[in-house]
Structures are given as C-alpha cells and as structure tokens.
Write a protein that binds this ligand. Sequence first.
Ligand code: TXA
Ligand code: MG
Length: 321
Amino acid sequence: MKMQPGTDIQLAKTLLLQGELVAIPTETVYGLAANAFNGNAVAKIYSIKNRPQFNPLIIHTDKLEKLAEWGINLPEQALVLAKQFSPGPLTYVVKKSAFIPDIVTAGHDSVAVRIPNHPLTLRLLEQLEFPLAAPSANPSGFISPTTAQHVFEQLGSKIPYILDGGPCIVGLESTIISFVSERPALLRLGGLTVEDIESVLGSSLDKSLLINNDNPLSPGMLSRHYSPAKKMVIGNVADYLDNYSTDKIAVIHFSEPDVFLPETNQFILSPNADLNEAAQKLFAVMRQADKLDVEIIIADEFPGTGLGNAINDRLRRASVL
Ligand code: TXA
Ligand code: MG
C-alpha cells in the first residue's frame, strides 16, 4: 500500500538510517534523498529514477562545518557566496573528498553541495550525521516536482515515504556554480539569478560551460529535460493556428491571456508580470497542461532578465524533440 505524504521527521530519519529513500521538500524542487555515505542506498536513486549512471548527484546538508568534517572545503569565492546565499537555491561544485562514495559523483573528482532552505528539511538534516544525496524526485527527463502530490503521483509506489513541506517557494532547481577552476563557472541556470551572484562576487561568472546558453546555435545542442509528455514549443499561438484547432492548444503565458483561445486551456503564470511568481508556478502548470486533452503546449518566451533566463532555459529544454 502506498503511504500518504506526511511531516514525520523521525520516520524519515529512521528510513534514511536503514538505507531507504525518502522524498524531501526544498525551496527549489522536491528531492529524492538517500544517505550519501551509503553506496547501496544511493544506487536505489539511480534505479528508481531511471537515471543514467554518468549523471552525478548533489549532496545536501545543513551546515558548512559538517562539510569540513567530511573533508569538503569551499574555496574563498564560494564562501563569499555561501555567506550571502546559503541556505538557498545555490549549488557549489568543489573538490571531492574520500568520504563521498564514487557513485554519488559518478566517478568525478568534484562533488556538488547545497544547503537547502526549507524548515522541515533543515530540521531533518540537523539530526543527520551524513549528507543526503538527492536529485529532483522525478523520473529522469520529466518535469521536477514542486509539491508532495507531484512526487506521490510518479514515485508513490516506489519509495517508502514522502516528507510533505508544501509547495516549493522558488520552483526552479538550484543555480549550479563550479569552483574547481580559478574562475567560478556557471553550470546551470536556476533559482538564484546570475545578476545576484555576480553582484556579490564583484566579478562575472565564466559562462562557457553552460550547455544551454541564452542563444543556442541549434536546439540540438540542448538536451531534452524537464519535459512534459506532450509536444511543447516556445512561440506565438498565431503561428500554430494553421496546424492545430484552437481547442487542441494549451498555452502558458507570462501575464497576458490570448483573446482568441478558450480560457480553460490557458495558464497565466503571473498576472502582475512577477518573474518569481512565474518561476514558482511553472512546473505545476506544465504538469496541468500535460493532462489536458490537447495536442500542443505553447509557452511564451520570457524576458531575459532575473529568473526569466532560468525559465527560458527550462522551457527550451522541455521543447527539444
Ligand atoms: O535544486 C536542486 O538542485 C534540486 C534539489 C533537490 O536540491 N536538485 C537537483 O538535482 O536539481 P538533479 O540531480 O536533478 O540535478 C543536479 C545537477 C545535474 O545536472 C548534475 O549533472 C549536476 O547537478 N552535478 C552534480 N554533481 C556535479 C559535479 N560534480 N560536477 C558537475 N555537475 C554536477
Ligand atoms: Mg533533475
């Protein structure tokens, strides 16, 4: 029988100590967590998500001091950011230590670490003497979950417990920065804006490692990810009316509805054009649109400032065929 999501931290802790998986809330998206020091437990993450073995995991803890005890030290520039932004939606890729099993980092000599900003999960992490390895709690390639119910629908029968921390406040995965070279490099756009990071660093990030930059030369350069099952595109509805009848189109708009489409198939992410609100709702709305009886989902291109860049990144990846 599937166990309903709940808020029992002690149960979560017991299961994690036994090498079981628990879904945990964070401010970005829900994670599928295992004791990062237990290679067998971490192996379950890869098999349940159907995740390629070469894709490394982020480890989560509540304090930088714990990372130091495990031999993981943040370089100076990472510490500057951590002071300002952790706990928060920022992940640091730094030199790995021998404490971290190779399965966590998929054999890389670097490890990704994050202190998530969610009260329930921080209370759980405080009680643990090991970090939690946790990718987003979705089948590989699909949209990340931003509510406990999203996790329950897809993984409820495969994992013993889901900690329910309510809807995620940020709604996009963390921004990832690598500190393995001299100059910090942006690896993934996410819930903390590049503008905020660069202003605290006082210098610009190296963006050459970003697979999915703002102007991809061809969509083939992007890997399909964060995807609904239905065909999805970024663009104007008017360009699709020759090929689709209006009742077979769902739209995801930033702030303004389309006058010539039925209201039921339209999602407005933020009537006040607030990018934070749009980001928070995006994944839940993509799931809803995917369940409608439509043939295509058409999303707006978002403004290229603040979280608009991360939103566009997710929409582009969802649109890759
Ligand atoms: O907000 C988040 O980051 C969420 C929550 C649960 O913390 N987690 C998340 O995990 O999005 P996941 O596994 O879906 O994405 C982690 C990304 C992957 O693209 C992976 O390749 C990258 O982090 N990554 C992990 N370790 C890395 C490393 N050592 N070097 C470079 N990239 C790494
Ligand atoms: Mg993911």
